[in-house]
Design a protein around this ligand. Structure first.
Ligand code: RB5
Length: 149
């Protein structure tokens, strides 16, 4: 499993914790920035990670900004991306089982690192259930096809 990582300056400290964790569990990943605490714009990093996941160069993405909101909104503009902002473990399960989310978004200013790493583990280890959820994902793709020309 290959994971693409990205954050803005506000999400950088949590992204560093996630990187340490991914090293510990020997997960394969690449960090697409930002790499410094200098103020930057979250859509730039959402786009990089979302494009890598959309092209299937990476199975999953993890994005972090201050709230997780801006970076998830931006990532969801890329066709094929289903970015889920999670601040609890139930949502981390559900976004994989029901929504086949391919990007996890987290808010550095919202949750602590302990909870964030639990959410990361659940997200990476939970399988999409398919079945009736497949049809609903198909309808999301239909919306993309209607508007993303
Ligand atoms: C940066 O200050 C902040 O606006 C950004 O990280 C994010 O929270 C936006 O949604």
């Amino acid at each position: 499993m290959k994971i693409a990582l990205g954050s803005d300056h506000a999400g950088l400290p949590l992204k560093k914790e996630i990187i340490d964790h991914l090293h510990d569990i020997e997960a394969e990943f690449e960090d697409f920035g930002t790499f410094t605490s200098e103020s930057c714009d979250y859509p730039d990093f959402a786009l990089k990670v979302a494009e890598e996941v959309s092209k299937k160069n990476f199975e999953f993405g993890i994005l972090v900004c201050g709230t997780g909101i801006g970076i998830s909104i931006a990532a969801n503009k890329v066709p094929g991306i289903r970015a889920a902002l999670c601040s609890d473990t139930f949502s981390a399960h559900a976004c994989r089982e029901h929504n086949d989310a391919n990007i996890l978004a987290l808010g550095q200013r919202v949750i602590g690192p302990g909870l964030a790493l639990d959410i990361v583990d659940i997200f990476l280890n939970t399988k999409f259930q398919g079945g009736r959820h497949e049809r609903r994902i198909g309808k999301i793709t239909d919306i993309e096809d209607k508007y993303f020309k």
